[in-house]
Design a protein around this ligand. Structure first.
Ligand code: CP
Ligand code: NVA
Length: 313
């Protein structure tokens, strides 16, 4: 089906259809091939992007900034210590002002509500570069990387091990369900995803012919996995939970033993990064032959460029 993404925002993958994701991934593969052949254009010439950051970032900031800049656009980095967002000026007013000056806005921060308000008031596309609840642009890169590894998405068996209620688990569940990937969230039961989101995602999975399974059993989750994915045990903004998380999540560390339990020689290891080696993943696994984390990081740039091209051109 033809997809017209022009003018659209990306706040959560729940707003996308399977065709939307397919379209964004197709454009991502094209743009990666182009860039690999040194064929960068000037697609964003004369355009401006506001980049609002309440939290730190390496990959997301650099992906947006370099993807926009190398195509001739002008990205402007604004941390929360630079602008009035939510401090002296309401989010609504900030959105209205930025919407008059910029062609698009990306936001990284705490509340999902902030990115929703920005979208409601800005009048230009708004991209969620991570909130406490969702990290949709990361999952576009993850799906692209899986497609590069396996040639297809539908029917793959994907396991996420770790904090099952953080932004990555939430977004990966949705992305997998949309694209027909069987997803298992392996987590202690106190860190299971919210049941309301699970119910919504189960319906999406049903529609795509895939499954969503939530379990605390490694023996149930891991055998046969094509992808083992993990994320930090303590997300940005939750630092005070560090001690509790170490205790809860140690049994879910991705180590050689867990990778061996897949009994699948083709299993790949993925991580959105940054990684705390020795916590959620051992150095042996992330540095080992199954790891595709550097491709995954690079693909942030291609998928983010594709998203901006689809919505701005
Ligand atoms: N994966 C990711 O979003 O990395 P950053 O926090 O460095 O942007
Ligand atoms: N769950 C992590 C993801 C970082 C990309 C965090 O929010 O800190």
């Amino acid at each position: 089906m033809a997809v017209n993404f022009r003018g659209r925002s990306l706040l959560t993958l729940l707003d996308l259809s399977r065709d939307d994701v397919r379209y964004l991934l197709d454009v991502s593969h094209l743009l990666k091939a182009e860039r690999t052949a040194f064929q960068v254009q000037q697609r964003f010439r004369g355009k401006t992007l506001a980049m609002l950051f309440e939290k730190r970032s390496t990959r997301t900031r650099c992906a947006f900034e370099t993807a926009f800049g190398e195509e001739g656009g002008h990205p402007v980095f604004l941390s929360s210590s630079d602008i009035q967002l939510g401090a002296k000026e309401s989010i609504e007013d900030t959105a209205r002002v930025l919407g008059r000056m910029f062609d698009a806005i990306m936001f990284r921060g705490f509340s999902q509500e902030t990115v929703e308000i920005l979208d409601e008031y800005a009048g230009v596309p708004v991209y969620n570069g991570l909130t406490d609840m969702f990290h949709p642009t990361q999952v576009l890169a993850d799906l692209m990387t899986m497609e590069e590894q396996f040639g297809q998405l539908a029917g793959l068996d994907f396991v996420y091990a770790g904090d099952g209620r953080n932004n990555m688990a939430n977004s990966l569940m949705v992305g997998c369900a949309l694209m027909g990937v069987n997803c298992t969230i392996l987590a202690p039961d106190s860190l299971y995803p919210k049941s309301e989101l699970v119910d919504t995602v189960k319906q999406i999975a049903y529609d795509s012919g895939s499954t969503l399974n939530i379990t605390s059993s490694r023996e149930e989750a891991i055998p046969g996995a094509d992808v083992v994915y993990t994320d930090v045990w303590v997300s940005m903004g939750e630092e005070e939970k560090s001690g509790e998380r170490m205790q809860l999540l140690s049994p879910y560390r991705v180590d050689g033993d867990m990778m061996g339990m897949t009994e699948n020689p083709g299993t790949v290891f993925m991580h959105c990064l940054p990684a705390v080696k020795g916590n959620e993943v051992t150095a042996g696994v992330i540095e080992g032959p199954a790891s595709v984390v550097w491709d995954e990081a690079e693909n942030r740039k291609h998928t983010i460029k594709a998203l901006m091209a689809a919505s701005l051109l």
